[in-house]
Design a protein around this ligand. Structure first.
Ligand SMILES: *[C@@H]1O[C@H](CO)[C@@H](O)[C@H](O)[C@H]1NC(C)=O
Ligand SMILES: *[C@@H]1O[C@H](CO)[C@@H](O)[C@H](O)[C@H]1NC(C)=O
Ligand SMILES: *[C@@H]1O[C@H](CO)[C@@H](O)[C@H](O)[C@H]1NC(C)=O
Ligand SMILES: *[C@@H]1O[C@H](CO)[C@@H](O)[C@H](O)[C@H]1NC(C)=O
Ligand SMILES: *[C@@H]1O[C@H](CO)[C@@H](O)[C@H](O)[C@H]1NC(C)=O
Ligand SMILES: *[C@@H]1O[C@H](CO)[C@@H](O)[C@H](O)[C@H]1NC(C)=O
Ligand SMILES: *[C@@H]1O[C@H](CO)[C@@H](O)[C@H](O)[C@H]1NC(C)=O
Length: 819
């Protein structure tokens, strides 16, 4: 009865309220907001009301988006004092204090409005800010209280995160404990004022990840994100306030930055109106090198290297034993003692880094780099310095004392850090004549090298021109492309000559989109020509995509594209030739498999991982391969792996991590379940394919077409069953078990199972994979893998959980046309 009554009142209120809510978006002391009513912001974007999160039955007062179907709460008032029934009532009292009451008596939450005004009004602004204003005040931006000063777990555009030094208010976020409970978890995010200020993500009282210094146009940990197409951000740092803020570049985009307790991340989401879902645009920590102090003091973390932790130049591991067994916590120390008193120290420059933890730092905005250096040199406790602001040629000075902690190597942008070392190790030598000599030799040397390079380029250009001669004039697209990419466009005649008119003898194989031919140019250079079949479904757009992408990507574990050729509606790609063909020709071949011994295989695995990491993390483009498999890994003359076939890779703006596609491409047997069934691809679906590939390299068996008497219908399942039966090594090729390093083998099996886990968010990123391959640390336990079961091979008595996943995945089989 009672619930029915409440429900009815709620409905009536809702109806009455929604009738007037577009006109009235404020509450004054005579009115109140009860459970079931909502207050809509003036532009209709946000709504204030009572809600129950997840499966909880508790009621909370909160703000969520009004105009999207997924309830996304951005602010909660009574997050630590839930209401257990629907008697919640929000009122604004005469002075201006807002109070949330239950059962008409008990206050469970209130605003700490200090000022007292005659005519207070409560208003929800279209920015998502709930404010108390004086109705008589002509300045509508004079807030007595605002929810933006009391954030929960979400930053909205226009909201400040940080400290107001005048009022002492510290706007700090804390994650929800879990989906059902908005009370504060232990993950918090805010400004740390100690030393020089920076943004910090804490776990409990420990620092978890730092932004690095604000260096003018961005944080030194991610300087390029300031040029993203969606939002502008700023870090304001003056005597009154220190805060981080962002603004939308396009007001019709929805963007929020929320903390995620389970992943320990600060995630920036954008709303995708097509798929009606939130998508992660950027998450911090960006990779494991952003984890606080991962490499210990005086070391640099480079996620593109193995091992990732490297002592700074002029430093050596404090404990070489522990360091070599991948325990980096002890960090590094000077390899030659300093002689500060003798005035005999110098500095080594380390380019493109995220600055060290600023706790033990101090700064001066007016000093230039030279004064900064001199000042650091004078003070024996100063261990390093850098510019404060790198825009406009650099200005300001930051100096660090004690150990330098939390340095991360970036690839292209970032701060130059000068680290104190003993004079003999420093870049600049003291004696002027020596210095002069060095400068002279360097200059002369550089000049000679330059001369040689110029000559070489000239000669090569001429040669290329002679070789490929006239361009295909009847294709306009062709000319355009050539202009902005500087990619060699081969004449069709050159290609036919090189491949003996695509003779059968020259055919290397049938790639994803057509046959591949070996060719020899007139100058003797060997090439591989991929002749894209006309019915491959790859149109001009995709072709251009592939050509542009591959041309931009250069890494020693990626196949290099030399050029392309367009002849009528026929398109060809010209690659460097890989004499040892592809990985599948070895691992699945009874005669050749022993050529690839375990150390060689391990090296190949690490190479593939690094190549894929490069694709996923290159600062400007984020490439998802989408068709990683053994036949797409080519081997050069020294058996170094090179990933090929980016035809289906899609360029992201360096930001999106997940996208939805209605055209599933890829190869059955390597596809992640979420990709095969829902067309949802992400870097994590590549990680899945990598996991399969790893299993294949270890087992010497194909993922597809695998059949085992032991009921298992595919390789993952086979490996998983053996893992659960505690005999993981049984999955490996006997020849490897007999000759390889068993602990490394075991480690790789475990990594492969981590990569093929059912849930994409549980799979490691490629940077963690690279790290796991290179370290000896304990690995997490893999969870249930994502099966792509072929129902035919499943015995009727197979366990129920497999049945559940297979029935879901069965749909996928009709979607895919196995090649
Ligand atoms: C709600 O909590 C109050 C005490 O805070 C308690 O007296 C009441 O029984 C609870 N109601 C329900 C429905 O659990
Ligand atoms: C709340 O209490 C006031 C008096 O204190 C009373 O007038 C009002 O009707 C009560 N409201 C409800 C919903 O019980
Ligand atoms: C208001 O102030 C009281 C005491 O000063 C404090 O316990 C309470 O948490 C504050 N409430 C909010 C919402 O800040
Ligand atoms: C803003 O975003 C909307 C939706 O994403 C888009 O349609 C529109 O073209 C964008 N406007 C500008 C100026 O970029
Ligand atoms: C945390 O992030 C994961 C992956 O993006 C998502 O599935 C999960 O729902 C998020 N949790 C919360 C509380 O937002
Ligand atoms: C910064 O350095 C300049 C030049 O050395 C000096 O005059 C000034 O007092 C310094 N400022 C602070 C705040 O230390
Ligand atoms: C030297 O650096 C330390 C580091 O914190 C600082 O406290 C001290 O004032 C500096 N001394 C001079 C003379 O600048």
């Amino acid at each position: 009865m009672e619930t029915a009554f409440y429900f009815c009142t709620a409905c009536c209120f809702l109806i009455i309220f929604s009738n007037v809510s577009t006109a009235i978006d404020t509450i004054s002391p005579a009115e109140s907001l009860t459970d079931g009513m909502t207050l809509v912001s003036n532009g209709g974007t946000f709504v204030l009301g009572f809600f129950s999160p997840g499966t909880s039955e508790n009621r909370y007062l909160g703000i969520w988006y009004n105009d999207i179907p997924v309830q996304t709460v951005v602010w909660v008032a009574n997050r630590i004092s839930p209401i257990n029934d629907s008697t919640g009532l929000l009122q604004i009292q005469n002075g201006g204090r807002i109070v949330l009451q239950v059962r008409n008596t008990t206050a469970v939450w209130s605003s700490n409005t200090t000022a007292s005004v005659r005519n207070p009004v409560l208003q929800l602004l279209d920015s998502g800010n709930l404010v108390v204003r004086d109705g008589n005040d002509n300045n509508p931006e004079n807030y007595l209280w605002q929810s933006f000063d009391h954030p929960t777990d979400t930053i909205l555009p226009g909201m400040k995160v940080g400290v107001d030094l005048r009022t002492g208010i510290d706007r700090r976020l804390s994650a929800w404990k879990n989906w059902d409970d908005p009370s504060p978890g232990d993950l918090t995010y805010g400004v740390d004022l100690e030393g020089s200020p920076e943004m910090v993500l804490w776990k409990g009282s420990e620092k978890y990840s730092l932004s690095g210094l604000w260096i003018g146009a961005g944080f030194s940990g991610a300087p390029t994100y300031s040029s993203n197409p969606i939002f502008d951000y700023n870090f304001v740092w003056n005597e009154n306030e220190v805060y981080y803020i962002f603004f939308l570049k396009n007001q019709s985009v929805k963007l929020r930055n929320a903390l995620n307790q389970s992943l320990s991340q600060s995630q920036i989401y954008t709303w995708n109106p097509e798929s009606q879902t939130w998508q992660v645009f950027l998450a911090l920590p960006i990779d494991y090198c952003d984890r606080y102090g991962l490499c210990g003091p005086n070391a640099n973390c480079d996620s593109n290297k193995l091992p990732s932790c490297q002592c700074l130049p002029g430093f050596k591991p404090k404990s070489p034993q522990r360091w070599s067994s991948s325990d980096y916590s002890g960090g590094c120390e000077h390899s030659k003692p300093l002689n500060c008193q003798g005035g005999d120290d110098g500095f080594i420059r380390i380019a493109n880094v995220k600055t060290p933890d600023t706790t033990n730092s101090w700064f001066n905005r007016t000093m230039n780099l030279r004064e900064c250096r001199a000042s650091c040199l004078r003070n024996c406790s100063c261990m390093g310095y850098s510019n404060l602001d790198i825009t406009g040629g650099g200005s300001g000075c930051v100096m660090w004392s004690d150990d330098l902690l939390n340095i991360k190597q970036l690839q292209t942008e970032g701060q130059d850090l000068y680290v104190r070392v003993s004079a003999s190790q420093a870049e600049q030598k003291k004696k002027p004549n020596v210095r002069l000599a060095i400068i002279l030799t360097t200059v002369i040397g550089a000049f000679l090298v330059l001369l040689l390079v110029v000559c070489y380029i000239r000669r090569r250009r001429r040669k290329l021109r002679d070789e490929f001669g006239d361009k295909n004039v009847n294709d306009k697209e062709n000319k355009e492309e050539d202009g902005d990419m500087e990619l060699a466009v081969f004449e069709f005649g050159t290609i036919t000559r090189a491949t003996y008119n695509f003779s059968v003898d020259n055919k290397l194989g049938e790639g994803g989109f057509g046959p591949v031919y070996k060719g020899t140019l007139a100058n003797g250079q060997e090439i591989a020509v991929k002749r894209l079949s006309k019915n491959s479904g790859q149109g001009l757009t995709e072709f251009k995509n592939e050509v542009k992408l591959i041309a931009k990507l250069q890494h020693r574990n990626l196949v290099r594209l030399l050029g392309c050729c367009i002849h009528g509606d026929e398109r060809m790609l010209v690659y460097e030739y890989m004499p040892n063909r592809s990985l599948d020709a070895f691992i699945f071949d009874q005669e050749n498999r022993e050529i690839l011994t375990w150390p060689k295989r391990f090296q190949i695995i690490c190479g593939i991982a690094r190549g894929l990491l490069y694709l996923h993390q290159d600062s400007r483009l984020r490439i998802i391969h989408r068709d990683l498999k053994a036949s797409n890994v080519l081997l050069d003359s020294e058996m170094n792996p090179k990933i090929s076939d980016f035809g289906m890779a899609r360029a992201f703006g360096g930001d999106q991590t997940e996208a939805n596609t209605n055209r599933v491409v890829g190869t059955y047997g390597y596809m992640a379940p979420e990709y095969a069934t829902d067309g949802l691809f992400s870097v994590k679906s590549d990680v899945f394919s990598f996991g399969i590939l790893l299993l294949e390299v270890i087992s010497g068996r194909k993922s597809r077409g695998f059949y085992h008497a032991n009921k298992s219908s595919n390789l993952i399942e086979h490996a998983w069953i053996l893992w659960k039966e505690d005999k993981p090594l049984d999955v490996a090729d006997d020849f490897l078990v007999n000759t390889g390093d068993l602990s490394e083998l075991l480690r790789c099996i475990r990594i492969s199972l981590l990569c093929v886990q059912q849930h994409p968010e549980e799979r490691p990123s490629m940077s963690s994979v690279v790290h796991m391959l290179g370290s000896h640390n304990e690995l997490p336990l893999p969870k249930q893998p994502g099966f792509l079961l072929n129902k035919k091979h499943v015995e009727p008595d197979s366990s129920t959980d497999m049945d559940a996943s297979s029935s879901r995945n069965e749909i996928s089989l009709s979607l895919i046309q196995p090649r």
